[in-house]
Design a protein. Sequence first.
Length: 303
Amino acid sequence: MRSRPVHPLVRREILPDGEVKHSAVDATIIQGDPERERERIMRELRAIMFTRGHEHGWAFQLLSSDEKAALMRTVGQYSAEGTFAVAGREEVSAFHTLSHNHIAKQEITAPRAFCEAADHIAKSLIAYITPLLDRENTLWILPWRAGLVLGAQAAEAGHHRFFHLGARRDEETLETSLYYTASNNVASIKNVVVADPMLATGNTVITALLQLSLPSETNLYSLSVIAAPEGVDNVIQTFPQIRVITGKLDECLNHRGFIVPGLGDFGDRYWAGLPEGRIENWQRLGLLSEQDMLALRKRMRER
């Protein structure tokens, strides 16, 4: 069967004089077999996606149009297979209005309005995922600080097993490092949910799950408010048995590894509008132990 050229992959190269050179990477599509071409693009992309920008001083190199198309088709395939889902409850479908009216990226959004809207969305996401879980045998992994927003709504819904991770991202390499972990007994755990509002690269979800020695039959979930397709693919490729659930799938990552259009730093914006006494209420709910409270307050003083 003859092959024919199509829109090539584009390699961006920064020349010594600062100009950007675009050159075609050999890419042919076998006539009548676009699926094979998608698989080839994704195989090559995964090998370099989170590292190729470093030589130019970028945290992340933007995807070419062909790479974006292949990635979105792959995410669509995950959706068809049931490993990826955009929450479909009526309350969650209101996300788009909320995101534009209350938690848009512009700093003019009042901190308290952001906090209230985030709580509303988190409550809807917990309502969506709870029927899939057994409260007694489900462990919630909560990367700090943003994960506490989803964790609080899970506690309100009767969940009570939480594993806290103090996580921070290296803004140059996009790798996740930990500054706090709270011990938790994983015996009898059947389900594990990593609750991180912003699923960007997926590295925080991956790092979190690698902290636990879980049986292969454990049901794994990632729950987020917003996800980038790059992160969705990264998580599912690392843990093929996981189910990724989000309130909204955004377009892509930018050169800093941030979700586009996104909504800024979720943790910073939520904490700016945090009502007085909220953290103490979380402790009363059983979301935070005394040890967790001390570590969280220490972290807040450092910021």
